[in-house]
Write a protein that binds this ligand. Structure first.
Ligand code: IMP
Ligand code: MG
Length: 174
């Protein structure tokens, strides 16, 4: 079992970050309709907060990709386990993710979605660990960059636990 460490990003700072990203999306997509694609399960809380601050017409859909499972490091293999229901051709799509680590997951998803002919495709992430990248990937909407630490809360888990915590916290002893 692991222990919870210090709070890395407080709920207040997270709320400010969501407000900032929502304001940018509202500006960038004024007059357009967007399709938000949440990457389950991690993005559920961020997407729920974000979408309620958006003032443009939108549709919400979800995908499930293979994740870390019980491990704290990636396998490097990505599997699309549940696809979206909506047709994305001609739509303005924003993929909403909890955190970008190596960048492997979102690079894969970007390629899959680009191939379907969206009007535009952008990546939005709540947290980012830029120092961990193994592939080049720059999110269009990046919430809060963090150092190379394993974190939980605000949707992020360790072995399925801790997603419900309102602050982002470091995990010790893993
Ligand atoms: P990537 O493909 O290496 O960028 O991995 C992205 C995925 O790994 C995220 O969607 C998370 O599910 C998971 N992940 C990466 N870092 C963390 C972390 O610190 N805590 C919890 N999950 C993480
Ligand atoms: Mg995830």
């Amino acid at each position: 079992m692991c222990d919870l460490g210090e709070i890395l990003v407080s709920r207040e700072r997270i709320r400010e970050m969501v407000d900032e990203i929502a304001a940018r999306i509202n500006r960038d997509y004024a007059g357009e309709e967007i399709l938000l694609v949440g990457v389950l399960k991690g993005a559920m809380i961020f997407l729920a907060d974000l979408c309620r601050k958006l003032e443009v017409p939108l549709i919400i859909d979800f995908i499930i990709v293979s994740s870390y499972g019980q491990e704290a490091s990636t396998s490097g293999v990505v599997l699309l386990r549940k696809d979206i229901d909506a047709d994305i051709e001609g739509r303005h799509v924003i993929i909403v993710e909890d955190i970008i680590d190596t960048g492997v997951t979102l690079t894969y998803l970007k390629n899959v979605f680009e191939a379907r002919g969206p009007a535009s495709l952008k990546i939005c992430t709540a947290f980012d660990k830029p120092s961990r990248r193994t592939v080049e990937l720059v999110p269009d909407y990046c919430g809060i960059p963090i150092p190379d630490k394993f974190v939980v809360g605000y949707g992020l888990d360790y072995a399925g636990m801790f997603r419900h915590l309102p602050d982002l916290r470091v995990v010790k002893n893993i």
